[in-house]
Design a protein around this ligand. Structure first.
Ligand code: NAD
Ligand code: TYD
Length: 352
């Protein structure tokens, strides 16, 4: 029997991970730690909140005394650290929130691991990170585990700092760790601020879809459940003190992703010419051009492969947002409107 903490478990990826662990590992005790920021939502965990092997705790991971209290109550054997401020545009507006959670929060957890895990080799600090720590690629090439860190946004700088601290604690204090750096996730329960859920939300509302610059920037997309399976496989099987890249070899220009969403939306709903909603707007400052991942060790040493095709994943994601209109309504109310205005107001004076 192992006790697993999932931080950020009420967020997008975290809620899929918690659901997977609760279902597949009935003998593990799963504890979700989440501060329930704008991006965290207990509704995302509704089906696993009553599960016998799962407990939810509203905790800020940067709050050392709260972390310590829980450590005494339910000492973890494994920490899967997903809690984060995760959106690049918000990091441009308010970088300090990113330092608080992504850097200080991670170090707060590591400090507890240092204190309580001394001499234990059967424990694991698993840092869920992003390919954005490697900076921006040109037209060619891929990130590998050997690529140099070159973060260029406040978000990626904060995630890079956290990764460095995890490695430093592993090296200095012998804490068993893993880090995985994944590409752009999409799927159900994603907050409608990131490209794919924002586009779907705007399609449903029949409102303009903001595409930065000329839409030529490229991202490497992966269905969230494929990411979750990779995390659990690495947690169970990977040699420790290593880094793995996770990607589905699915790198596409943003405009292609948005156009595909428009045509799938039309096919599903019978709407016509949704691509007329696409509006090119002022670019993001410091916008990284291209991310692309070579996940060779994950494929060839661990035997992982993605199960979901991009088109099918997008189709299912559109269907989920259409079927969960009340979830979308609730997360879009209140503070979301203020954020949307701040982020897009001037850019999108032409948007309805
Ligand atoms: P998300 O924004 O949907 O969820 C983040 C969760 O963390 C929320 O539930 C929020 O309430 C919680 N949280 C924030 N600050 C906290 C704090 N101080 N203490 C406790 N909980 C806090 O993010 P996501 O997209 O699910 O990403 C999860 C992790 O995966 C992040 O670490 C992110 O950097 C990483 N990641 C995300 C992607 C992606 O495409 N979304 C890709 C690669 C890596
Ligand atoms: P996003 O989903 O914010 O993820 P990240 O910046 O972490 O990769 O953005 C994905 C891509 O889509 C990125 O190149 C920026 C672009 N984008 C738009 O064109 N319009 C938007 O409204 C948003 C949110 C993103």
């Amino acid at each position: 029997m192992r006790t697993v903490w999932v931080t950020g478990g009420a967020g997008f990826i975290g809620s899929h991970l918690v659901r997977y662990l609760v279902r597949e590992y009935p003998s593990y005790r799963i504890h979700t730690l989440d501060a329930l920021t704008y991006a965290g939502n207990l509704e995302n965990l509704a089906d696993v909140l009553p599960a016998a092997n799962h407990t939810f705790h509203k905790i800020d991971i940067a709050n050392a005394s709260a972390v310590q209290r829980l450590w005494h109550e339910a000492p973890p054997d494994i920490i899967l650290n997903l809690a984060a401020e995760s959106h690049v545009d918000r990091s441009i507006l308010s970088p300090m929130d990113f330092v608080h959670t992504n850097v200080l929060g991670t170090i707060t957890l590591l400090e507890h691991a240092r204190q309580y895990w001394q001499g234990r080799s059967d424990v694991l600090f698993y840092q869920v990170s992003t390919d954005e720590v490697y900076g921006s690629l040109g037209e060619e090439g891929f990130f590998t585990e050997g690529s140099a860190y070159d973060p260029r946004s406040p978000y990626s700088a904060s995630k890079a700092a956290a990764d460095h601290f995890v490695r430093a604690y592993g090296h200095t204090y012998g804490i068993p760790y893993l880090i995985s750096n994944c590409g752009n996730n999409y799927g159900p329960f994603q907050f409608p601020e990131k490209l794919i859920p924002l586009t779907i939300s705007r399609l449903i509302e029949r409102k303009s879809i903001p595409v930065y610059g000329q839409g030529q920037n490229m991202r490497d997309w992966i269905y969230v459940e494929d990411h979750v399976r990779a995390i659990v496989l690495l947690m169970e099987k990977a040699p420790r003190q290593r880094t793995y890249l996770i990607g589905a070899q699915n790198c596409r220009p943003n405009i292609e992703v948005v156009q595909l969403l428009c045509s799938l939306y039309d096919e599903i709903t019978g709407e016509k010419d949704s691509d007329r909603l696409i509006t090119f707007v002022q670019d993001r400052p410091g916008h990284d051009f291209r991310y692309a991942i070579c996940p060779s060790p994950l494929l060839h040493q661990l035997g992982w492969k993605p199960h979901m095709s991009f088109e099918e994943g997008l189709r299912q994601t559109i269907q989920w947002y259409r079927a969960n209109g009340s979830w979308l309504e609730r997360v879009r109310s209140g503070a979301y409107q203020e954020y949307f205005q701040r982020q897009y107001g001037e850019r999108l004076s032409s948007l309805q």
